[in-house]
Design a protein around this ligand. Structure first.
Ligand code: URA
Length: 433
């Protein structure tokens, strides 16, 4: 088999065989095929695509390139959740205790964030003592006993994806549906859950800017999951502004706590409850979505969801006192209001720009060795649809850095304000199952 023939075949739009796909993935992971040839193949895939069978084979080849987590010693149907990435996305912090409070096991392996703000485990690390480095034995034991555990990815999960993703990043081949779908699903399949709920973000702050594009990606991922025996549902949610009002780490944990008490904004509650309800249905705890949703809302109302979050923090070595008193989580020394210079209605808040502004304040990492300032972030005072007068506070920068001017400018520019009142975009745009 020759890599040149495989590149040439894909260049002409011809379907690749299973043997060819495994040859490429294994050859690249083992360092036998060089970057420049894989770059050419990625570009050919970008333009010519891959059909469902090729995408599924690529997924499995990446799964088999490394370790696979065996969760079979956990009783019940293990349901995982994954977001394609958004700003202010603290949904995992909310749905893990919510779903677990209904007795459904959630075994969540999460990555760290690179870029705007931390990932879920970075956010959790803003709680004193929270340990995301559980051993696999402890992880499984916690899920069996308490129905939930969260840990940073351990072992050598999907090394092929790590290498390919890094190469895609520098060859302008990230935004290809078969490549995104296989990359995300390989990590989910290798993580060992039985069922997966995908939160596919749509809008200016997401990979997929339009609903049509997002549907194509969602369908590809659902098809891979189902084809590989994992019941999969994709919920398409709005990312034309950050989710909720907090972007950062500790402030996002505070907002997640508020959501678990039913006290957060409608967008965050609605997305979290919908994702949690689908997880509960896939976990076979409920026959239909309506009943699941009622149980989820009841868990918020009767305080079980909050109790479960406190328990999660406690069993992972964190200071549960901070959950009872969220004001004791890290807070920034400097608060700078960003002031509107025009009037009208907020049409859009460019989520990526807000994310970058938060990163400049210390909330994210520019390189993987950077340290996160858990106290840093942005509080959004105005959201899409709100009326703004000249001089109103749009958002508040939270930081410990004196040099916040670039972040200020970015945050200001991220607000698009127009005369007419915008149409309301639903929080949940579609569901693909
Ligand atoms: N997230 C991933 O894990 N992979 C992609 O290709 C895109 C987003």
């Amino acid at each position: 088999m020759h890599i040149l023939d495989i590149i040439s075949k894909k260049k002409q739009g011809i379907k690749l065989t299973k043997e060819e796909i495994y040859y490429v993935v294994n050859g690249y992971t083992d360092g036998i095929i060089p970057d420049y040839q894989i770059s050419a193949l990625l570009m050919a895939i970008y333009f010519k695509g891959m059909d469902a069978e090729e995408t599924s084979t690529l997924t499995m080849a990446m799964v088999e390139s490394g370790d696979q987590i065996d969760l079979s010693s956990i009783e019940g149907i293990k349901v995982d959740k994954h977001s394609t990435g958004g700003v202010g996305d603290k949904v995992s912090l909310i749905v893990i205790p919510l779903v677990a409070s209904l007795g459904i096991p959630v075994a969540k392996l999460s990555g760290r964030g690179l870029g705007h703000t931390g990932g879920t485990i970075d956010k959790l690390e803003s709680i004193e003592g929270f340990d995301i480095g559980l051993s696999m034995e402890k992880f499984i034991d916690n899920v069996n006993r308490y129905k939930m555990a969260i840990a940073g990815q351990t072992g050598d999960l999907t090394p092929a994806d790590k290498k390919l993703y890094a190469l895609r990043d520098v060859t302008a081949t990230v935004d290809s549906v078969p490549l995104i779908a296989s990359s995300i699903m390989s990590k989910k399949i290798a993580s060992g859950s039985d069922a997966i709920v995908l939160d596919v973000k749509v809008g200016n702050g997401a990979f997929m800017k339009t609903l049509e594009e997002a549907r194509v990606l969602a369908e590809a991922m659902v098809s891979i999951g189902k084809g590989l025996g994992r019941n999969t549902v994709a919920v398409l949610t709005n990312m034309n502004e950050p989710l909720g009002r907090e972007v950062g780490n500790a402030n996002e944990v505070r907002e997640a706590i508020a959501a678990l008490k039913g006290e957060a904004g409608e967008d965050l509650i609605s997305v979290s409850v919908t994702i949690a309800s689908y997880m509960a249905v896939l976990g076979k705890a409920f026959e239909d979505l309506e009943t699941a949703e009622k149980a989820i809302l009841e868990s918020i109302r009767n305080g079980k969801a909050m109790e479960q979050f406190e328990l999660l923090v406690k069993i992972q070595g964190g200071n549960a006192e901070q959950i009872r008193h969220p004001e004791t989580l890290p807070t920034a020394q400097i608060e700078i209001p960003v002031i509107a210079r025009e009037e009208g209605y907020v049409h859009e808040i460019k989520a990526q720009e807000i994310g970058t502004a938060a990163m400049l304040l210390g909330a994210g990492r520019e390189t993987k060795d950077d340290l996160i300032d858990y106290a840093a972030g942005i509080h959004l005072e105005k959201k899409v649809g709100d009326r703004v007068e000249n001089g109103d506070v749009l958002c508040i920068l939270l930081t410990n850095r004196e040099d916040y001017q670039d972040a200020y400018n970015k945050a200001l520019e991220s607000y698009e304000i127009n005369e007419e009142q915008p149409e309301k975009i639903p929080f949940i745009l579609d569901v693909i199952s």
